[in-house]
Design a binder for this molecule. Sequence first.
Ligand SMILES: N[C@@H](CCC(=O)N[C@@H](CS)C(=O)NCC(=O)O)C(=O)O
Length: 216
Amino acid sequence: MIPTITAFKNSPDRGRGQARDMRVRWALEEVGQPYNVRLVSFEEMKEPGHLALHPFGQIPTYEDGDLALFETGAIVLHIAERHGVLLPTETNARARAITWMFAALNTVEPPIVDFGMAMLLERDESWYEERLPVLKDRVRVRLGELSSRLGDADWLDGAFSAGDLLMVTVLRRLNSSHILGDYPNLSSYVARGEARSAFRRAFDAQLAVFTAASSS
Ligand SMILES: N[C@@H](CCC(=O)N[C@@H](CS)C(=O)NCC(=O)O)C(=O)O
């Protein structure tokens, strides 16, 4: 059975691979699993058919036979477990890799999303100029901590894992700011992730959707 994921029909990121379907595409490419993509508009995401798959009316979703999942962390974990790739087999190493998945989504992503959303949606607010440095500082705190932990290692804990996959996609959300450049080891870490052939295939596939939508 070939799984089906959902992605934006018209991604607001204009094909830069920031939408979260990129994580699922990348995981599927890493494990060598072909997949179908159902494109949904913002309106369709809020309709009953999609809400039955995703209670919050978002993308991505993942369907495989009787199984329907939402939340990228859960989807990537499922793909890793199902294929026996992207997670170490040794129990403790596996638990640590899963810990990095949670850290990416629960600890590193929130301040990055808050910062990005402010830049995108709150520029005209009276408090924008005052709030932005606060949000930026929160991002810097997390990046500093992550940078110290990574040190000169290639990946967060041994071999590349689902934890790295999620962390790289979270850090890529900063691509349009210059913040990451202040942390050379994190910039190199993201570049290493982006250089993986599975990442390239996933990136090209989501870019092709944007290119087709903008030429039609
Ligand atoms: N925590 C969710 C977040 C999903 C999410 O925010 N998806 C965005 C696209 S990247 C979305 O669908 N936004 C449209 C909306 O919330 O209406 C996950 O990791 O899957």
